[in-house]
Design a protein around this ligand. Structure first.
Ligand code: HPA
Length: 275
């Protein structure tokens, strides 16, 4: 792990490098997580950088994720989009997992959109549902803000409104206008890479979780610390309900997420159009 001075210096160097290599100055950043990959096709790309070519940027490895930072237009709105993200289970440090959100902070991003796949625990959920994340429970073994405070954010961040209420309302409006079923709920963030045992799903549900997944929470905590207005959405790819004997696999998760892509993309595209 880099010490804080080195980390801050790396963030500045990377931000400066990006600013030298693109004229674009978007206010909106999107992490194209599971279920949102196709949104990249709708972006009129102006500049695109492979993660491996960006100084200090981590490189993603997991199947189904490439690694590019895109700058372009989604409709009329300028966006920065991350194609591929860094998961803690891959072995990245929390500093690496949340490196892009620090870049966004320095870059002047105001709105942060993120998607993921998760296992539903709320009995009213169905596979393929889109869950607007209203709150989270952080069960990662390491906190992304552990250590000396990163400049520009509070030492003890308030977390009452981590997920922006106006953006949640905007998602409800967009879903209604487009006749898309959405559900809302609490996302439990775990380290993975195992899916949950039946008892773990049951425990997380009793703790107040509606869905569980292996990403997003570290990035959202840092984005929130950085003052970004955050919106998260999750595609329910499997169900961890009592008595549900269906096994979960990466392929099953990818398949269900693939099917939900068009709806997820519509929600994000239309929300961004209304910002
Ligand atoms: N658990 C954890 N992560 C997940 C799941 C799950 O059931 N589904 C998709 N990602």
């Amino acid at each position: 792990m880099a010490d804080i001075q080195t980390y801050v210096k790396q963030i500045s160097e990377t931000t400066a490098w990006i600013k030298e290599h693109t004229q674009m100055r978007p206010r909106v950043a999107i992490v194209l997580g599971t279920g949102l990959g196709h949104l990249a096709r709708e972006i009129e790309v102006v500049d695109s950088f492979s993660y491996k070519d960006i100084p200090h940027f981590p490189v993603s490895t997991v199947e189904g994720h490439s690694g590019r930072l895109l700058f372009g237009r989604l409709g009329k709105c300028e966006v920065m989009a991350m194609e591929g993200r860094f998961h803690y289970y891959e072995g990245y440090s929390m500093q690496q997992v949340t490196f892009p959100e620090r870049i966004m902070q320095q870059f002047g991003i105001e709105y942060f959109f993120v998607s993921n796949a998760s296992g539903g625990m709320n009995p009213s959920f169905r596979i393929g549902d889109l869950m607007v994340i209203t709150d989270h429970i952080n069960l990662f073994p390491e906190h992304p803000l552990h250590g000396p405070n990163f400049p520009g954010g509070p030492r003890f961040p308030d977390m009452h409104e981590t997920y922006d209420k106006e953006l949640i309302q905007l998602a409800r409006d967009v879903a209604k206008e487009n006749d898309i079923r959405i559900v809302e709920g609490v996302y439990v963030g775990t380290q993975g890479p195992t899916f949950e045992t039946p008892s773990e799903y049951r425990m997380f549900h009793r703790l107040g979780g509606d869905a569980v997944g292996m990403s997003t929470v570290p990035e959202v905590i840092v984005a929130h610390h950085a003052g970004l207005r955050t919106f998260g959405i999750s595609v329910i790819t499997d169900l961890g309900l009592e008595g549900n004997a269906v096994e979960v696999s990466h392929e099953e998760v990818q398949r269900a997420a693939e099917a939900a892509q068009p709806l997820m993309c519509t929600i994000i595209r239309e929300m961004i159009a209304k910002l």
